[in-house]
Design a protein around this ligand. Structure first.
Ligand code: C2E
Ligand code: CA
Ligand code: CA
Length: 795
């Protein structure tokens, strides 16, 4: 019963507002139809009275019932009017009103039942048939009309059918028993029909309530979103005109919400886009296309210029359609993504460009290069240039990193100018640049470009008090002629660059397959070297250094030799550079140092051993420790060891080399500057680097011969010796081959001499016999002293 009542008059378990709303809607649904039912009542009343007066039967009962019906019908009209009046200020209908309305309709049904029975009695067979049909329709229509309020519908159907059915069954059981039975069935059908229909009505109400609830929730959320979120909503009609502009959208556009509504959205964006018309089109083209296409889109980024500031908006949009499926406009969300977009731009810039020079970086270059070699195997021809500055390291080391950076920027600018917008210019790292061009450039054009580049680079760059002209080596390779893969083309170009560097300043070299063979050979040599060091195939030879004043031996220079298992004795000129490039010089140099210290330990205590040290070794952080440890291990006193360094070693990292040399000298190790005269021969080096000796390069000594000497050479060597003496440095002349050279050097005041005239480098076991034989000879007869064994090789 409780459930039934809940069903009839809203759910009492439901929140009051829901229950009240249901009841009100049920009441309203019936109240709407009351004028129609009142009209029906009046018609029926008139017809019934007419029939009563014509047949002269049951007039009293019919008239009373009809009058009562008129009262009910009129009351219903008043209820309807009352409801209409109240509808302006909607209020919930009380439960009581529903009870009254149901009772009222039930009473009407009862009276109709009585009137029907009276008329049935008064009419003939034909009249009864018409009456039965009419009554059945009236009951059916009423049941359907009143079903939204189940109690009303049920009372109506039940009372009407019961009164008529029971009446007919009682009075006319014989003749109309079947009709009475049919009426009972009809009543049962109507009752279940009413129940079903009212259930549907309530279900509809529930669905409607849920939709309303959701709609309210959505609008609540939207309002909250518009008020609190930084994002904003945009909505246009089918013509693209803004229908709604939230405060946030207005703020973002720098306008008032009122000024935005009614404006075409795309026009608004166009007005806010900073670029000139042509570019503006390009910027907004993707968005225009998306809007035209009518497909939903996400995160379309557009630049806008708002109140003197460049901003970036991200727009998301979805087309809207009306109930007929016709396009009704756009709705979407927009947000200001300026910070994120600028961050993204910055990341892209960092990922693709070299921050120092602004040129493309290695990453972008590699991507561009790879695009010439698509995965489908169709190679797009291209030309690759690699440029390496010849003298950058010197500038960087001597003027400092800041000047080096400035110089790189300057070179980048000149390269860009030389490329003149053709191809991609990139900085691959350090002082290495690349220029990648589509197609295979003819050699004449390459040489023209190279000439132009040389000119541009050689134009002096003024930095503080310095005027610096740059030089660069260039390697060139072509695809597909040289390589059919990006990495291979790069390798070929590297080999060409290597060859160009070897060829000397400002050279240009094309890749040649021979280079590849040489590179392979070098690789083979390198692995052989590693094996040989382990197998003990390296030897140290010693060349004496003689005091030019009294002819005594001051020491020996250690010179490495490679006893290759297949190639025989390999001279240093063939493997030292490779060992230096590959870093193999570090273990090899350490081995030479150990060997030399070990061998020298067996010599008379007055003799020193000079060991050549490469720049790569000097750069190692453990050079100091390695040297001291070697001395300790071999037992040689530090004062008997002399390290020979070239100028290039000093120039790497001036400060750390200086402190290394200072520490070594503090321990007693001597330092000699090798090959003096071939490098920069800078006076400032001689002054600032702690050292003990200058070794005058063979090239100066060789021109001291009487026959060749023009006096100039002697003057140069004399100046060097003089300079060394001023700086309190000893001097050793390298490559003394003739007696004349020796005599000149002696006259000039050069301290020591070393060369084939005095002795060729010799194996370790020949040193002691050599020393023994040597001490028995005088300086004058030095030339007669035959070399113990002809072990030296041509340089
Ligand atoms: P370097 O330090 O200038 O060594 C002197 C070179 O001149 C030696 O060549 C020596 O054999 C050669 N020589 C000596 N007297 C004469 C002469 O009268 N006439 C001519 N034409 N040459 C003479 P070598 O042994 O072939 O060494 C070549 C270079 O290889 C060395 O030049 C040095 O730079 C490097 N080297 C040799 N051994 C080592 C080593 O153990 N470590 C390092 N880092 N470099 C080494
Ligand atoms: Ca040397
Ligand atoms: Ca030398």
């Amino acid at each position: 019963m409780r459930n039934f009542l809940a069903f009839c008059f809203g759910d009492p378990n439901a929140p009051p507002e829901v229950s009240d709303a249901y009841r009100t809607r049920q009441f309203q649904e019936i109240a709407k139809q009351l004028p129609l039912s009142a009209l029906g009542t009046y018609v029926i009343v008139v017809i019934s009275i007419l029939i009563a007066f014509q047949t002269h039967q049951h007039i009293g009962v019919i008239v009373v019932c009809c009058l009562l019906q008129l009262v009910i019908g009129t009351a219903n009209l008043l209820v309807w009017r009352h409801f209409r009046w109240r509808a302006a200020t909607p209020q919930n209908v009380a439960r009581r009103s529903c009870w009254w309305l149901s009772a009222d309709l039930g009473a009407g049904a009862f009276l109709y039942g009585v009137i029907t029975l009276c008329l049935f009695d008064a009419l003939d067979a034909n009249g009864r048939a018409i009456l039965t049909g009419t009554v059945a329709s009236v009951i059916g229509i009423g049941a359907w009309m009143f079903s939204p309020l189940p109690l009303a519908g049920l009372l109506w159907s039940f009372l009407f059918c019961t009164v008529v059915g029971v009446g007919i069954a009682t009075v006319y059981w014989q003749d109309y028993g079947i009709l009475a039975g049919l009426l009972v069935f009809y009543g049962i059908f109507l009752v279940s029909g009413v129940l079903l229909s009212s259930r549907r009505f309530v279900a509809g109400l529930m669905a409607e309530t849920e939709i309303n609830r959701q709609r309210q929730l959505v609008s609540l959320l939207l309002r909250d979103f518009e008020e609190n979120a930084s994002d904003w909503l945009w909505e246009t009609d089918a013509t693209g005109v803004l229908r709604h502009a939230s405060v946030h959208l207005a703020q973002a556009a720098g306008e008032s919400p009122g000024a935005l509504v009614g404006r075409n959205f795309l026009e608004l964006l166009r007005a806010l886009t900073p670029a000139p018309i042509s570019e503006q089109k390009a910027v907004l083209e993707p968005l225009t296309a998306l809007l035209k296409e009518g497909a939903p889109f996400r995160a379309a980024v557009v630049p806008v210029w708002v109140q003197g500031q460049m901003r970036w908006w991200s727009l998301t949009g979805k087309p809207q359609f009306d109930s007929l499926g016709d396009f009704a406009g756009w709705r979407g969300v927009g947000s200001d993504v300026t910070t994120a977009h600028l961050h993204h731009l910055e990341m892209t810039q960092l990922a693709n460009f070299d921050p120092l020079t602004g040129l493309a970086n290695r990453h972008q270059f590699q991507q561009q290069l790879a695009s010439f070699f698509p995965a489908d195997g169709t190679i797009q021809p291209c030309t690759l240039f690699l440029l390496d500055l010849d003298n950058f390291k010197t500038v960087n080391d001597s003027l400092g990193h800041i000047a080096g950076d400035e110089l790189l920027r300057e070179v980048a600018g000149r390269l860009r100018a030389a490329a003149n917008g053709r191809g991609l210019v990139a900085r691959l790292g350090g002082d290495e640049f690349a220029w990648l061009l589509p197609g295979n450039l003819p050699r004449t054009s390459i040489e023209e470009s190279h000439q132009k580049l040389r000119q541009m680079l050689s134009e002096p760059w003024l930095h503080q008090d310095y005027s610096i002209a740059m030089h660069g080596s260039v390697g060139v390779s072509f695809s597909p002629a040289d390589a059919s893969a990006a990495a291979d083309l790069m390798r070929c170009c590297d080999m060409a660059l290597y060859a160009a560097k070897a060829a000397g300043r400002d050279a240009l070299c094309y890749f040649d397959p021979v280079m590849e063979a040489q590179a392979k050979q070098k690789l083979g040599l390198l692995s052989d070297m590693r094996e040989s060091l382990e197998a003990g195939d390296f030897r140290v030879y010693y060349q004496p250094q003689i005091d030019l004043d009294n002819g005594t031996i001051s020491g020996f220079e250690a010179l490495v030799r490679w006893q290759h298992p297949k190639r025989g004795l390999v001279p240093p000129s063939e493997f030292i550079a490779l060992a230096e490039d590959s870093g193999f010089i570090v273990p090899l140099g350490a081995w030479v140092l150990t060997q030399a210290c070990h061998d020298a330990n067996a010599w008379p205590l007055t003799l020193r051993v000079a060991v050549n040290v490469s720049a790569v070794q000097i750069e190692r952080a453990d050079m100091f420790e390695t040297t001291l440890a070697t001395l300790q291990r071999t037992g040689l006193s530090a004062g008997r060891l002399e390290l020979e360094l070239t100028e290039s070693s000093l120039m790497r990292d001036a400060d750390s080399v200086q402190s290394l040399l200072r520490s070594l000298r503090a321990k007693g190790v001597r330092v000699a500057l090798d090959d003096f005269g071939t490098g920069y021969s800078s006076l400032s080096y001689l002054r600032s680097f702690p050292m003990d000796k200058l070794k005058i390069d063979r090239s100066f000594v060789s021109i001291l011969d009487e026959a060749n000497s023009n006096g100039g050479a002697t003057a140069i060597v004399q100046a060097i010796v003089q300079l060394a003496r001023t700086l309190q440095l000893e001097t050793t002349a390298e490559g003394v081959e003739t007696q004349a050279q020796r005599e000149t050097l002696s006259q000039i005041g050069c301290t020591f001499g070393q060369g084939y005239l005095l002795a060729h480098p010799m194996a370790s076991e020949q040193v002691i016999p050599f020393i023994e034989r040597w001490t028995g000879e005088r300086v004058a007869s030095m030339a007669d002293l035959s070399t113990p064994t002809p072990v030296d090789m041509p340089r």
